[in-house]
Write a protein that binds this ligand. Structure first.
Ligand SMILES: [Zn+2]
Length: 121
């Protein structure tokens, strides 16, 4: 009986979230902030044809805005801050979280697209 060498979808998703090659986990998935490597330096898999399109941005906004919503409510209705206070706190926190989460979401989407065998460009 032949064993499949392809990792499980959960393993692939975790590798993508960790910005590692979803196939081998031995090399980085990105050569720049959001630019996937042409091919993996360890296993040689070609990642340039897997396009995540708008999925990572959508998922990042979904997570970040859900995290900020309770904080927004707290800062507006429970704390007496000057008008610029919530804008400064929510803006800087939202920007920071988005910049941290966006490449991880892209890694997740690239891994899931590959894992599910979805058509690539
Ligand atoms: Zn690899």
């Amino acid at each position: 009986m032949e064993r499949s060498l392809k990792p499980t979808t959960k393993t692939i998703a975790i590798r993508g979230l960790k910005l590692r090659c979803p196939k081998c986990n031995q090399a980085p998935l990105f050569g720049a902030y959001l630019k996937p490597v042409e091919s993996c330096s360890s296993c040689g898999h070609n990642w340039s044809k897997v396009r995540a399109d708008d999925g990572p941005a959508w998922a990042t906004m979904l997570v970040v805005l859900h995290l900020l919503a309770p904080l927004f409510h707290f800062l507006i209705f429970k704390v007496d801050l000057p008008e610029w206070g919530p804008i400064l706190v929510l803006g800087s926190l939202g920007l920071t979280l988005s910049l941290i989460l966006l490449p991880r979401m892209k890694g997740l989407f690239i891994g899931l697209i590959w894992a599910t065998g979805a058509p690539t460009s």
